[in-house]
Design a protein. Structure first.
Length: 219
């Protein structure tokens, strides 16, 4: 391991309790491999904004894993605008029973995602679709995740309409996304991320009524 990977692993191991996550040593090692792979391809593909190993561990990995508390075992998840594979690849690494469809419009990033799944031995758990979500038929799924879709707030109404009717939507964002969710009169829960006042995981229930609530306790 190089210095960055050591820092990443240390921060990951030391901060799992505050995110409500438990990670076995083998899982931490696979997450380190994922971090190294993203870091190697980032300059060429612009997968994530430049950040320190500590920030990658906390903001990209541990925040992604917060979604797992709302996902049932063996579920099928559609991840829209996968990019670097966040949040879905960390979730697949931590819970190998999950299945996923990754939708990514960029052909280069889709190639990266397929290579990442192969390197991590996740190719049987997930498939990558190279397309914009609006250009594809909606797969059957239990959940839809989205973390960094371009013009996310603007596209939210279309994404909600496109999603499977009985699915739960797990969307990462801030106050502007919350305002849009409320404007659509969707029932939701807002999970505040540790050490943040602006970043949330919004758990949207499409089958619920228009009652809105925000359990904003830290993980």
């Amino acid at each position: 391991m190089n210095r960055d990977e050591i820092e990443f692993t240390t921060v990951l191991e030391n901060n799992t309790p505050r995110y409500g996550v438990r990670l076995a040593a083998e899982t931490r090692e696979r997450l380190r491999q994922y971090y190294a792979h993203v870091s190697a391809g980032n300059a060429r593909l612009h997968l994530v904004a430049p950040c320190s190993p500590a920030e990658f561990a906390a903001r990209h990995i541990l925040e992604s894993l917060v979604a797992l508390r709302f996902i049932t075992a063996g579920a099928h998840i559609i991840d829209v605008g996968s990019g670097a594979g966040l949040p879905i690849i960390p979730c697949l690494i931590a819970h190998p029973d999950l299945r996923a469809t990754l939708i990514e419009a960029s052909a280069k990033k889709a190639i990266f995602l397929r290579d990442t799944l192969r390197r991590l031995n996740l190719q049987d758990a997930a498939q990558v679709v190279t397309a914009r979500f609006a250009e594809t038929l909606t797969p059957a799924a239990d959940y839809v995740t989205c973390r960094a879709l371009e013009r996310f707030t603007e596209r939210l109404p279309s994404l909600v309409d496109w999603s499977p009717p009985s699915s739960t939507l797990l969307f990462f964002g801030g106050p502007s996304l919350r305002e849009k969710i409320e404007g659509l009169s969707l029932s939701y829960h807002a999970q505040l991320m540790p050490e943040s006042t602006q970043r949330f995981l919004f758990v949207v229930n499409r089958t619920g009524n228009s009652h809105r609530h925000s359990g904003e306790q830290a993980a």
